[in-house]
Design a binder for this molecule. Structure first.
Ligand code: OGA
Ligand code: MN
Length: 294
């Protein structure tokens, strides 16, 4: 396995591994080491079936069943732990512009970390590109990643002191409200109540402090909503400056792994009439951010 860093300590390309094969414990450990250092890993030329993606990801932790698969009912993909990050319907046709599921998934275009609205959030995201739309005037459906450790390090010392210990309420209804999406299926409000999370986390693998921000982050617990929202806006603007961002241009066969604890990501626009088909596996954490070491 060869590692080539894309930026200093952020994002690296990994060569020399075929993720469709059985990966030994030593290799799993080497990948964890690379994740702890670079936070985003890029593998090219992989061709994984959904079961292969599932089995590879499961080596890194218990897998999440996302909001859409948890809803039940017919689905395009058979394995509930494989998230359908596509613009395709059950039959593989591109969804209409006003399709409710499509509109919900457009929340992914906002800078976020996945599932931070869950009481116990997630760790690794792994996306595999099956179909990639052609370049268009609006973009090619790239995914951007921002380094929340570097963003934390770059804050003035006084700001770091002021935000230390703050608890943020994360709410999927808030991230969707920002893009005008409110048509959640009956019962989802009750199923996904807001969750409190630490704003500053200590990454257990690297021992680096990191900002835990997300489009789901609604306000600061104990502050007037407006004050908290404005602080989160300022921090997000700071943390997503180009100097902290790696932009991934997808090729079919790519696998990108990112650490949701210390990065944010967002999808970029693309031609909505062309298929874009990414498959995602996500590993669960084991405890609330409120109880982790600081
Ligand atoms: C995700 C996500 C962005 C994209 O899969 O979690 O936010 O570019 N994807 O599809
Ligand atoms: Mn996401």
């Amino acid at each position: 396995m060869e590692i080539r860093s894309i930026r200093q300590d952020f994002a690296a390309e990994i060569a020399g591994l075929d993720l469709s094969r059985d990966i030994d414990a030593e290799t799993v450990q080497a990948i964890w080491c690379a994740i702890d250092r670079y936070a985003v890993l890029v593998f090219h030329d992989q061709r994984l079936s959904d079961p292969q993606l599932h089995d590879f990801a499961a080596r890194f932790g218990e897998l999440e069943i996302g909001r859409s698969a948890a809803r039940g009912g017919p689905r395009r993909l058979a394995i509930p732990q494989i998230g359908d990050i596509s613009n395709l319907d059950l039959y593989g046709n591109v969804r209409a512009l006003d399709d409710r599921r499509r509109l919900d998934s457009l929340g992914n275009r906002l800078w976020h970390t996945d599932a931070s609205y869950m009481p116990v959030p997630v760790v690794l995201g792994m996306l595999h590109a099956v179909a990639v739309p052609p370049a268009s005037a609006l973009g090619g459906g790239e995914t951007e990643f921002a380094d929340m450790r570097a963003a934390y390090d770059a804050l003035p010392a006084a700001t770091r002191a002021a935000i230390d210990g703050l608890i943020i309420e994360h709410d999927v209804f808030w991230s969707r409200a920002q893009i005008g999406f409110t048509e959640f299926p009956a019962g989802e409000r009750e199923q996904y109540p807001p969750s409190p999370q630490k704003l500053v986390r200590l990454h257990p693998g690297s021992k680096r402090k990191t900002l835990y921000l997300s489009a789901h982050a609604s306000h600061v617990v104990g502050w007037p909503v407006a004050d908290g929202r404005l602080l989160l806006l300022d921090l997000t603007t700071h943390a997503t400056q180009p100097m902290f961002v790696y932009r991934h241009e997808w090729r079919v066969g790519d696998v990108v792994i990112w650490d949701n604890r210390c990065t944010m990501h967002r999808g970029r626009p693309h031609n909505e009439h062309q298929p874009r088909d990414l498959r995602r596996a996500t590993t669960l954490d084991t405890g609330s951010t409120l109880h982790e070491a600081a």
